[in-house]
Structures are given as C-alpha cells and as structure tokens.
Design a protein around this ligand. Structure first.
Ligand code: SF4
Ligand code: SF4
Length: 315
C-alpha cells in the first residue's frame, strides 16, 4: 500500500488506518488471538497505521500483534484526561500496556466538546506538548466531531494532527454542516496539519455504499488517512482493495454486509429518540439504554440519524 505524509509531521502512514475500537470489549469483544491475527494480517498487507484510545481497552490486541514485527508502525491514541497529571498517566500507562517507548500521535480525545476545549484542558494539552519535547510522543492531535474545534485547531501552533468526524451523510457532525466540516478540514490542511478522518461510514450505516462513502472522504482536499474499524478478514480484504484502487465486484460488497448487526454503544443516554424512528419495532428501552431486537432489525438505518450521541453502530 502507498504511504502518505501526515501534514508537516513527517510521519508516513498508510491512507487506510486500522481503527481498533470495534474489535475490543466495548463492541465486538473478539478474543485477543483473533484480533491479533487480523491486525497482523493487515500489517503484512501494507497497513502501518493504527488508531486506538485509552478508553477503548484495546492495547492488548496491538501489543500482541506488533510484538516481533520488524516493519515500521505508527500508533495513534487518545485520552479524555483533563489535567496534566491524568494525561501523563494515560500516556505512560498506555506505553507500558503496549510495550513501546513512544506514541507517534496522541490526541486530546474531545469528540463532543465545545470550543473551549483547549482552555478547559490546558493542563492535559501542556502535558502532551512537554511529552513531545521529550520524544515520548511525536505529534499532538485533537480528535473531535466539532466543526469549530477543527477550525480552531487549524489556527494553533501546538496542534499537529486533527482527527475529525466526516462522512457523506454528515451524520454525527457537531456545530455545522457536512460542507462546513469539509471547509474546516481544508483550513487545517492548508495550515500544515495532518488530517486523519473518522466515521467515513457513519458508524457502519454507509456499508451498502462503501466505495462512494470512502471516495467522498478521500477526495476532500487535505485528508491524509481514514481510520476504519475492522473486525474480520472480509472487511480487511475489501477495504484493502478499495484503498489500493482495485476493482471490486458486487459479490464482494454483498459479503461485507453479511453477519452485520446494529449495536448500541456505551454512549447511549437512553433518550428514546431512536425508538420512535424505527418503523420495525426493533428498538426498546431497557435499564435506561436502547436495546435492539435483532430478529426485527432490518439494518435500514432510519434510527441512526436521530441519535444525538452517535451511539448506534453497525458492526
Ligand atoms: S436499523 Fe432500522 S430496523 Fe434496525 S433498529 Fe434501526 S430503524 Fe429499526
Ligand atoms: S437515540 Fe441514541 S442515546 Fe437515545 S436511546 Fe437511542 S441510542 Fe440511546
């Protein structure tokens, strides 16, 4: 797989970044050896870029998969830590869990925050800057769903990489439209930031139009890489083909949809909005969380746009 440089960081990555969240205990909960094998397969086929987070509990998969691999790998992680001390702990505990001496990119994990994030978490950001000076991390990033945060990051010297949510449906974007997020991304790129995009498939809801969904994000000026969650060899194979610009048949696309299910993530706040949106009676509330009846769910995707927490995923 070709490699690209993330903005001005000098970090060389595959445009397909392996998102490790969905294989972990918060979602699919694959056994460690199964997840390890999939990551290892991806490494052998040219993916060198992996994204995770302190909260995803997926470091053991990466540690196992990267052990003994001699090629270059790039690790991106993040933490919701607010203070200097908590961020320092998040980084060093992450390195210990991974058996590594540095992170390539470490983000403020700031998905749904407001534009005061850089002031509210000044201590955590200062910690990342200090760790960069010490060589413990190579680049400081911000992972966010907010248009304004991406635009603000573009203007800051201390942010090297932005990690925005963007997809062709505009699903999950905070504080603006899809096109406004595209403008903010382009602004960040023009300012020399590396751009790795997330949620190009809108939490799995664009799985039926995979190529179009990836093409939309890849064609945005300045997007260097896209983080894509993968949980099995079929997904890996088809995503590799798409990112390597190989032809894919309809049969391949059908295979990717097989065995997928709608999942309610830990971010569900139990507001109930999705229940009214489901025409098939597949959703109910149980102990303050949405619950899916998989016998009735047709994966039509009508529930997804109404969820204010971006909590419904197809995996
Ligand atoms: S994907 Fe469709 S059928 Fe399934 S729960 Fe959502 S709205 Fe209902
Ligand atoms: S709309 Fe989202 S937050 Fe509300 S109950 Fe459904 S899944 Fe949970």
């Amino acid at each position: 797989m070709e490699k690209v440089i993330l903005g001005k960081t000098g970090i060389k990555v595959s445009p397909l970044c392996f998102g490790v969240l969905p294989m972990g205990p918060l979602q699919k909960n694959l056994p460690i050896p199964v997840g390890k094998k999939l990551i290892r397969q991806s490494l052998e086929q040219g993916i060198n870029f992996f994204d995770t987070a302190e909260s995803y509990q997926t470091y053991p998969y990466l540690k196992e998969a990267l052990a003994g691999f001699s090629g270059e790998t790039v690790l991106s992680s993040k933490s919701t830590a607010t203070t200097y001390e908590k961020m320092e702990r998040a980084v060093y505990e992450g390195l210990t869990a991974l058996g590594r001496s540095y992170f390539d990119i470490f983000h403020l994990h700031a998905a749904r925050v407001t534009t005061t994030v850089f002031e509210d978490r000044a201590g955590a950001l200062k910690c990342l800057k200090d760790l960069k000076k010490k060589g413990v991390i190579r680049a400081v990033g911000v992972a966010t769903h907010s248009v304004d945060v991406v635009a603000l990051a573009a203007e800051r010297e201390d942010i090297d990489v932005v990690f925005p949510l963007i997809n062709k449906m505009g699903l999950g974007i905070i504080g603006g439209t899809r096109d406004e997020m595209v403008q903010a991304i382009t602004k960040a790129h023009t300012a020399g930031k590396g751009v790795m995009a997330m949620k190009a498939l809108a939490g799995g809801h664009l799985i039926g139009e995979l190529k179009e969904a990836f093409d939309f994000v890849r064609n945005i000026s300045g997007v260097n890489a896209i983080a894509v969650g993968m949980v099995d060899a079929r997904e890996l194979e088809i995503n590799l083909k798409l990112f390597n610009h190989e032809e894919i048949t309809r049969e391949y696309l059908t295979k990717v949809k097989t065995g997928k299910k709608l999942l309610v993530s830990v971010f569900c706040k139990g507001c109930g909005a999705c229940i009214n949106a489901c025409p098939n009676g597949a959703l109910s509330l149980n102990k303050g969380k949405a619950k899916v009846n998989h016998e009735l769910c047709l994966l039509c995707g009508y529930c997804n746009p109404v969820c204010p927490e971006f909590a419904l995923r197809v995996i």
